[in-house]
Design a protein around this ligand. Structure first.
Ligand SMILES: [Zn+2]
Length: 117
């Protein structure tokens, strides 16, 4: 835990699609087939990823429920050794982009409790 904390404190910059200060997070975006909500999904690269048995890289399974409807989305994502997303199997959703998520969030603002803008 201390190591992770130090990495969080000192780990500025970096690569990938993460958030500033969130070095262990990997993000991807899915669009619900039922209601078109775009959902951001966070994966902890240290805890959530499993090595692929017959290759280099990692995969993760996630069950995702958005806030717009209660339909469950099943995702199986594949990443290469550099934690770049290389594959996506989605049930109930399609893959989306950061830009789609940004625009969905912009048109569906949610007040963040305890964190006023
Ligand atoms: Zn939905």
């Amino acid at each position: 835990m201390i190591g992770a904390l130090l990495r969080r404190i000192f780990g500025s910059g970096g690569s990938g699609d993460g958030e500033p200060g969130d070095r262990s997070g990997l993000y991807f975006y899915v669009k619900c087939r039922a209601c078109n909500e775009v959902i951001r999904v966070r994966i902890n690269r240290h805890n959530d990823l499993s090595p692929i048995e017959d290759g280099d890289g990692f995969h993760v399974r996630k069950s995702i429920v958005g806030r717009n409807c209660f339909r469950r989305i099943e995702a199986e994502m594949t990443f290469d050794k550099g934690y770049r997303q290389v594959g996506a199997e989605l049930v109930g959703a399609t893959i989306a982009t950061r830009e789609e998520w940004d625009s969905w969030e912009a048109s569906h603002p949610v007040p963040a409790p305890g964190n006023p803008a």
